[in-house]
Design a protein around this ligand. Structure first.
Ligand SMILES: [Cu+2]
Length: 154
């Protein structure tokens, strides 16, 4: 979508990050090898409760609010840095994490690394169900962690 690309560029996010991510949803995808859908086991996130658009604030208290979101397959999460003086990131890359459990990607999914300068936003569309643990690079050890649970799809 033009609007998404424009938004990513406006946020200073490399368009390729999103492109790689979107491509993940283009193919038929593995169906025989995926783990059971987390809809009944993670944070009460079922398809009936999941949202298609969620905004997560990256705050001056070094937290993602809400820390856990329940998203439908194909839904979009928008991260907004609500501070005026802190730079945050939304990152799901194990190689960049102090703790591996802070960066998890479901089978067939892809991680990301979005810069969130103060006052800016960036968003991603999730096309693969599963549980994504992510973090903020400079504030991971302060507990700035988040979870995106993606459910639904066929
Ligand atoms: Cu941060």
């Amino acid at each position: 979508m033009i609007t998404r690309t424009a938004a990513l560029r406006a946020a200073g996010v490399a368009a390729t990050v999103g492109s790689i991510f979107w491509l993940a949803g283009c193919g038929p995808g593995p169906t025989a090898h995926t783990s059971p859908k987390p809809s009944k086991v993670v944070a009460g996130c079922t398809a009936s409760r999941a949202q298609s658009q969620v905004t997560v604030d990256a705050t001056s208290a070094f937290r993602f609010v809400p820390a856990t979101v329940c998203l439908l397959v194909g839904g979009t999460v928008t991260w907004t840095n609500t501070t005026t003086n802190f730079d945050h990131t939304s990152t799901d890359e194990p190689s960049l994490a102090a703790s591996g459990s802070d960066a998890t990607v479901p089978s067939g999914g892809h991680g990301w690394n979005l810069k969130l300068p103060s006052g800016r936003s960036a968003h991603l569309t999730f096309n693969k169900a599963g549980v994504y643990h992510y973090f903020c690079i400079p504030h991971e050890t302060l507990g700035m962690l988040g979870v995106v649970v993606v459910v639904g799809g066929s």
